[in-house]
Every structure is written in structure tokens, then in C-alpha cells.
Design a protein around this ligand. Structure first.
Ligand SMILES: [Zn+2]
Length: 520
């Protein structure tokens, strides 16, 4: 009797034993399930075909996720914020020189920073801010701000593809530079454009006070925002206030945080086939316009040598023939004082905003040649540009700020804007049209008068066909030669008003209509 445990105790022991066994089984089962799931997830994330199709929002995210998992030692996804329709705005960081990169030597790893930091809310990661002398080495690329410009998203994805899946071919730039790429800034608009209205441009946040939806994110940044288009029914509506939109707030968050590390900022759009530098909001030139111009020209030459495609370069206000306030590139260059910032308008007028899928790969590859060259050039130029002691930004003059309104409103009567709004536009009255025409004519006459008086006063020795310019009206960078451009069938009067007339009166080769129609 003494050897045997009591009945109750034995039962209890049995229960404990069974329980223990159960727990062990459960844990082992759970673990194996977790392992299997992880392995499965690793295997299962399929790689979307970025080179031959326009991806939807989910596929874009899936591709970023796929890369972050496959190249976890130098690729990381950051969530920048959420849109009105609760989509995530994501950035992919590609940072070869980081302490987790097993392909680096132990010494290099020791001297490299981490791949990411945890943000203040503890939920999301944020890029590490580098401190020290050589901290400016980040290239920031953004695309998909304008919903209908699908090719810009595909091209940004192609840059990502080159820097990750083809990283051995691009190791030279990866060793020198860190990349942060936001391939889809405006996912709500992009999805709407894919599924409902391919010509949609703005985001999808409705306005409280009107039946209209959407703001142009590239007019919503806080740089002379006031001079932007304030008509809610316009395709280029600037929003209720600077940074009123979740997309621009998300971008501001990362850009402000990283401003001390940014070397080169590139904003991808379509379809002007041009590489442009600030300013957009006024016709003045920035102090370092020569460096910016040389940077843009390096990209232009690289693309030309790749497949012969001719890009044009110049300042935004000059090439688009209007002033554009509140754009991201002016904000980054003017407010954050990033040394170099450009806009690249992808090809082309003939192809439109959504070229056939067969062109995705070609445009992606040729653009990458140009972009990679500009990245290298920006690295070489980094010590030549010191922006700290620059004088305050030039103000847009009254003439310039009013010019944008006129130009944009005027284009709205052409195909571009009328088609785009998907029925959201108010009808323009003939009275308004008349008053616009009068303003344009008055401006035009003023300019011609200025030019005539200048010509009479000064006997300048100018090449044949080149007339003198009113001082300060156009910057110096107008001088470079323009590549021959085919004349389009559209008459200038029908789409540009005063601006087109200015260019003609200068005796320059006529800029054909595509650029004046592209709204950046
Ligand atoms: Zn655009």
C-alpha cells in the first residue's frame, strides 16, 4: 500500500502528464506550422511581372515585399502613411552599405549603419539618418503622383528591379549611394485610373464643401502654394491648404526627416520627354542652374547613346511654358535645400500616359540608363554645390503667378483637361473665356511692346533670327540649342496663349505642343 500512490494522486499525475504531453505536442505542432508557414510564405510570394504589365496597387506592394524578403540584407520596405481610401504609401530602401549586409567584409559592416530604425510610434520602421561628413548620399525617386501616368510607376519599378535583382550590374552606384524609391505616391488615384477613368490625374479625397473629388498632389506642397490653381473643379487644383492631402503629408514626413541626407531628388512624370530643373513657380534661375543643367544633360546624353531617343532639358517654367507653384521638386530644392532636384517627364506624346505594354520594358530600360548616369553625376557634383548660404528664394512676380492660372485655364478648354475630370468639371461660360482671352492678349501686347522698345534702344550683335529678350523675362538657360522637334498639327493659339507667343517672338525654334499640354 505504501509503495502505491493513492488513487487520487495517481490520477492527478496522469492528468499532469497528459497535459504536459499535450502542451509539448501543441508547441511542436505550432512551431512546425509556423516554420511551414514562414517557409511557404518565402516560397509563395510570387514575383509580379513588372517589365511587361502595368501592375495594380496590390501587385506593386507584392513586388516590394518579394524583394524585401529575397534581398533582406540590403532591401527594406517603409510604410510612409495611408491614403484617404486606406491604402498604404510605401517606400523601398535599397542600401548596400549597411551593417546587416552579409556580402560586405566584416570591417565594412562594422563601419556601416543599420538598415532601418524603428519610428517614434514603434509600429513602423524609418530610414536611418546618417551623420557625419559624407552623409549626403541618398537618392530619392518618386513616381505615381499623377494617377494616369502609369508609365512613371513602371519606370520606378524598373529602377528598383535594376538595383535589386540586377544589383551586380549596378554595384558601382550601390556602393556609393543609398536609394529610397516611392513607386506609387497616389495609389487611390492610380487604382481609380486603372479601373474607372484612365484619364484621372488627382488623388481621391472628396472635398467637404463641394461635390468634387481630388487634389493635384503636385500643387499641394508648401512652396508659394498660394499662387497655385484654386478652382476646385480644375485638374490641377492645389487643395484647401498646403499639405492638406494624406499623400503629400506622407511624403513631407520622409522628405523633411531625410533632408540632411538627400543628395539628389528625382520626380518621375509623363509624357513630355524632358528632364527639367527648378524653378517651376517662377521664371528665375536657381543659383546652381549650371550644375543642374549639366546633371540633366548627363541623363539626356546617356539615353541618347542607349537608343537614340532625344530628351530636352531646361527649367520647368521654361519648358512647360508656364509657372507651376506648390510642386514637390520646388519644395525639395527650395525649402529643404537638397543640392540637386529634377523632374523627368518620360516619353512621349505619341505614346500618351499609358504606352502599350510592349513599351514598358524599353522605356524602363532606357530611362534607367539616364537615371543611373544622373545618379553618378550627382555624386561627382556633390562638393560643388553648397546651398546653406543662399539668399532667400525669389518671389513669383504678379505677372508670373497670374500666368499659371491663365495658361492652365486656357488648356482646360483643350482635350487634356476636359477629358480628364470624368464629368467633374463645371461648364466654362463664354463670358469667362472672353475675359481670359482679353488678359492673354494684354499680356501678349505688353511683352511685344517691351521687346520692340528693347530692340530699338539697343543695337545688339545677335545671330540671325535671334531677337533680344526683355531682361529677366527668360533665364539664361534658354540659350542652349533645342533638338529638332516635329511640328504638330495644333495651332499655338489654341493651347498656349501668351506663352507661346513669347517663344515665337524670340526667334527660337518653335516648341511643339506636347510640352505645353503636359501639366507636370
Ligand atoms: Zn505628372
Amino acid at each position: 500500500m505504501e509503495d502505491k500512490p493513492k488513487q487520487g494522486t495517481r490520477l492527478a499525475l496522469l492528468v499532469v502528464e497528459r497535459l504536459h504531453l499535450n502542451i509539448k505536442c501543441q508547441t511542436a505542432k505550432d512551431r512546425s506550422r509556423t516554420d511551414a508557414t514562414t517557409a511557404l510564405r518565402r516560397l509563395v510570394i510570387p514575383r509580379p511581372d513588372i517589365l511587361h504589365t502595368y501592375l495594380d496597387y496590390k501587385q506593386v506592394n507584392q513586388y516590394l515585399q518579394y524583394l524585401a524578403q529575397r534581398y533582406a540584407h540590403f532591401v527594406h520596405v517603409h510604410i510612409l502613411g495611408h491614403t484617404h481610401e486606406k491604402r498604404e504609401i510605401r517606400a523601398l530602401e535599397i542600401n548596400w552599405m549597411n551593417s546587416e549586409n552579409v556580402e560586405l567584409s566584416p570591417q565594412m559592416r562594422e563601419h556601416s549603419p543599420r538598415l532601418f530604425d524603428i519610428g517614434p510610434n514603434g509600429r513602423f520602421t524609418v530610414p536611418v539618418i546618417h551623420v557625419g561628413e559624407h552623409c549626403r548620399k541618398t537618392v530619392f525617386i518618386e513616381a505615381g503622383t499623377h494617377a494616369r501616368e502609369w508609365i512613371s510607376v513602371s519606370t520606378a519599378l524598373n529602377c528598383i528591379y535594376q538595383l535589386t535583382e540586377r544589383y551586380t550590374r549596378n554595384i558601382e552606384v550601390l556602393r556609393k549611394l543609398r536609394f529610397i524609391i516611392v513607386p506609387l505616391v497616389n495609389p487611390d488615384g492610380y487604382e481609380y485610373s486603372r479601373t474607372k477613368n484612365p484619364k484621372w490625374r488627382k488623388n481621391r479625397r472628396p472635398h467637404k464643401s463641394a461635390k468634387f473629388v481630388g487634389t493635384d498632389c503636385n500643387r499641394n506642397y508648401d512652396i508659394f502654394w498660394n499662387s497655385g490653381p484654386s478652382k476646385i473643379n480644375r485638374n490641377t487644383y492645389k487643395g484647401e491648404s498646403p499639405f492638406s492631402e494624406p499623400e503629400t503629408r506622407a511624403m513631407r514626413c520622409i522628405l523633411d526627416r531625410m533632408s540632411s541626407n538627400l543628395l539628389f531628388f528625382l520626380s518621375l512624370h509623363s509624357y513630355g520627354q524632358s528632364i527639367m530643373y527648378p524653378w517651376g513657380y517662377c521664371r528665375d534661375n536657381p543659383i546652381y542652374w549650371r550644375e543642374l543643367s549639366s546633371l540633366a544633360n548627363s541623363g539626356k546624353s546617356a539615353i541618347k547613346s542607349y537608343n537614340g531617343r532625344e530628351y530636352r532639358t531646361g527649367s520647368i517654367s521654361c519648358l512647360t511654358k508656364r509657372t507651376i507653384a506648390g510642386s514637390v521638386v520646388d519644395y525639395v530644392y527650395g525649402v529643404l535645400k537638397v543640392p540637386m532636384a529634377l523632374v523627368m517627364e518620360l516619353p512621349s506624346r505619341e505614346l500618351g500616359f499609358q504606352p502599350p505594354v510592349e513599351m514598358i520594358s524599353q522605356i524602363g530600360h532606357e530611362s534607367w540608363y539616364g537615371i543611373r548616369e544622373m545618379c553618378k553625376r550627382s555624386f561627382d557634383l556633390r562638393h560643388q554645390i553648397v546651398r546653406e548660404k543662399e539668399p532667400p528664394l525669389p518671389w513669383p512676380s504678379r505677372h508670373e503667378s497670374s500666368n499659371e492660372g491663365v495658361a492652365i485655364e486656357n488648356t482646360s478648354t483643350t482635350t487634356e483637361e476636359t477629358n480628364t475630370a470624368g464629368g467633374d468639371f463645371a461648364k466654362t461660360t463664354s463670358k469667362k473665356k472672353r475675359s481670359k482671352r482679353t488678359t492673354i492678349r494684354a499680356q501678349h501686347e505688353n511683352i511685344l511692346r517691351l521687346q520692340r522698345s528693347l530692340k530699338a534702344r539697343e543695337a545688339l550683335d545677335l545671330p540671325e533670327g535671334i531677337q533680344a529678350l526683355p531682361p529677366g523675362l527668360f533665364p539664361r538657360q534658354m540659350e542652349p540649342q533645342y533638338p529638332p522637334i516635329k511640328q504638330s498639327g495644333l495651332s499655338r493659339d489654341g493651347q498656349g496663349g501668351g506663352d507661346g507667343a513669347i517663344l515665337t517672338s524670340r526667334g527660337k525654334p518653335t516648341i511643339s505642343s506636347p510640352v505645353s499640354l503636359v501639366l507636370l
